[in-house]
Design a protein around this ligand. Structure first.
Ligand SMILES: [Zn+2]
Length: 177
């Protein structure tokens, strides 16, 4: 049986992450926090495929951290019925360039459209694509802005779930997994 998540559980999950983020920022002033979550439509936020995609997202971020010599002070994984998340606390570095690297993953990784990578600086302030002159996120299914399709409920949960799992299966298939 697949367990379906409730709105309360989603909110509780978000609160748990936000509280941890605040703790990190109190503990390490001037740090930058990178938070990986997944864009999964509908009430089923966890299964083997979704966990697999999440781990691939972690790998992509960790690769960039090595390449760009970003020093990770702490990393914490959240696994919950409401989803998966990993929060990386890194020493002070250029927030815009970190965000650009994360946008690059979201845009270029084969599973990138499923990743949602937020970057926060001092005081928990996030940095957004718009501030960097980057285009908004695209929808999983069509060429429109993701936000527009979400607000208008353009696509059914079933359609979104289907395309999500197809994307992950394809990715795994190429790798013989
Ligand atoms: Zn769309």
């Amino acid at each position: 049986m697949v367990s379906e998540v409730t709105l309360q559980e989603i909110l509780a999950f978000q609160e748990k992450k936000a509280a941890y983020l605040a703790t990190m920022q109190r503990q390490y002033t001037n740090c930058i926090v990178v938070c990986l979550g997944l864009n999964i439509a509908g009430p089923r936020k966890t299964d083997d495929d979704i966990l697999y995609a999440f781990k691939e997202g972690c790998k992509a971020i960790e690769k960039v951290m090595v390449e760009k010599k970003l020093q990770c002070i702490q990393a914490k994984t959240f696994r919950d019925k409401a989803g998966y998340a990993k929060v990386y606390t890194i020493t002070q570095s250029n927030m815009s360039s970190v965000k650009k690297e994360m946008i690059h993953i979201e845009e270029e990784h084969e599973l990138g459209r499923l990743f949602d990578i937020d970057v926060y600086g001092m005081g928990g302030l996030g940095i957004h694509r718009k501030e960097l002159g980057m285009p908004p996120r695209r929808c999983l299914l069509c060429k429109k802005e993701a936000r527009v399709c979400m607000e208008n409920r353009t696509h059914s949960v079933q359609e979104l779930e289907k395309v999500t799992h197809e994307m992950i299966s394809r990715y795994k298939g190429v790798r013989g997994e």
